[in-house]
Ligand binder design. Structure first.
Ligand SMILES: Cc1ncc(COP(=O)(O)O)c(C=O)c1O
Length: 395
């Protein structure tokens, strides 16, 4: 008997162009060539030679309480208490009742997009910023509208463009504090203007603080979490263990809901139903969260030190090679934006570096940067490798 396969039908929201870009082909070929690869993109902290205390990290997973299934849609109270403690350590008072646990910041975004937006509604996102947002928005039928950051001895929000981007369909403004990849903090003046805009237009403010604990230099006064202070607008602060405890594999994150009481309570009641629909958190990880959060200073210190050392290398090499390497001002986070004037040409700079020198960097266009010769490097790779690779890049 002959069977005819029916043609499968898929959603348009998943009809992404998954063909290989010429940059991805260049990276694949560099890796397959057998020649040495100089990788400046490694940003997985579990692969960067940091010293993780296996006993301290794994023993809290062995907790007999995990044998009982007793789900709480907002997340286990012991884990939420630990998150509230984390904020207390940042001089912010966040109630355990205002927290929703998720398995990742990405999941937090998805919950919030679902909470705030109908299909076709808009969220304003800084440009340059983290590329994952595009896929999250597609999956949740949300339209992202960029608002520009401009560079002038540091990065700044272009407020006139931001206001111009607000339409009747706008539901939220998204801020990454400090931003990835630019590594700049949202200043207190900018925060006030963002909050005023949100209040005036009835928008929510979503603040991603996954890199909050990674200042690359000390500032006075030190930048503060958006969880601190008063919240005139409905505000959601996001973070999670993948960056603040260097544990992306443990899959634990959260949303802190802040703002005027009535709106906040309504948001939390709805988010609780979203979370209850999935109940995606598992018991062992939640029971281990208090211990991991209490112990995260050690790994944070190692990552900060590495990032600062690599940034110092960049600045030294830039000083020694005038006109060949430009390090854009960076205040915090795990990455740096570089200008490579010698790499401007027909072919994209990151692709050329991969093909001609076996050096892997992220192209600026990944993050929405149009300027030729602009690339992004991770600052958390092994220091010796980093120094060799950056020399090779400017060669
Ligand atoms: C700004 C930003 N937010 C969120 C994430 C992802 O965090 P998670 O692993 O909790 O989904 C990343 C990952 O690099 C990021 O850069």
């Amino acid at each position: 008997m002959l069977y005819h396969n029916a043609v499968s039908r898929f959603s348009t929201r998943t009809s992404w162009d998954s063909s290989e870009s010429s940059y991805a082909a260049a990276v694949r070929e560099a890796r397959a060539s057998g020649r040495r690869v100089y990788d400046l993109t490694v940003s997985n902290p579990t692969r960067c030679g940091f010293d993780y205390d296996a006993e301290a990290l794994l023993s809290p997973l062995w907790d007999p309480r995990a044998l009982v299934y007793d789900p709480d849609p907002r997340g286990m109270r012991v884990a939420r208490e630990a998150v509230a403690e984390y904020y207390a350590g940042h001089e912010a008072s966040v109630s355990v009742d205002d927290l929703i646990l998720t398995t990742s910041t990405s999941e937090s975004y998805s919950f919030l997009f679902r909470l705030l937006c109908d299909a076709g509604d808009e969220v304003l996102v800084a440009e340059p910023s983290y590329p994952l947002f595009d896929f999250l928005a597609d999956l949740d039928d949300v339209r992202l509208r960029p608002y520009p950051l401009f560079y002038d001895h540091g990065w700044w929000i272009d407020f006139s463009e931001l206001e111009r981007a607000i339409t009747p369909r706008t539901r939220a403004i998204l801020v990454v504090h400090p931003n990835n990849p630019t590594g700049h903090w949202t200043g207190s003046g900018e925060r006030e203007r963002l909050e005023a805009l949100c209040v005036r237009h009835g928008l929510a403010l979503i603040v991603d603080e996954v890199f909050l604990d990674y200042p690359l230099r000390e500032l006075t006064p030190p930048p503060r979490s958006f969880a601190c202070g008063a919240h005139p607008a409905l505000t959601f602060v996001l973070s999670g263990l993948s960056k603040i405890a260097g544990l992306p594999q443990m899959k634990a994150a959260w949303i802190a809901a802040l703002g005027p009481e009535r709106e906040r309570a309504e948001a939390l009641a709805r988010l609780e139903i979203v979370a209850d629909t999935f109940l995606s958190m598992n018991a062992p990880v939640q029971l281990a969260m208090p211990s991991w959060l209490a112990g995260c200073a050690g790994i944070q210190g190692q990552i900060r030190e590495r990032a600062r050392e690599n940034l110092a290398t960049l600045q030294r090499v830039a000083g020694e090679s005038p006109g060949r390497l430009h390090v854009l001002e960076v205040e915090a986070g795990w990455s740096a934006v570089l200008g490579l004037p010698g790499c401007v040409g027909e072919v994209d700079c990151a692709e050329r570096l991969a093909r001609e020198r076996g050096v892997l960097v992220h192209p600026g266009w990944f993050y929405g940067m149009g300027e030729a010769g602009r690339v992004v490097v991770s600052l958390i790779g092994l220091a010796e490798e980093f120094a060799i690779s950056i020399q090779r890049a400017i060669g």
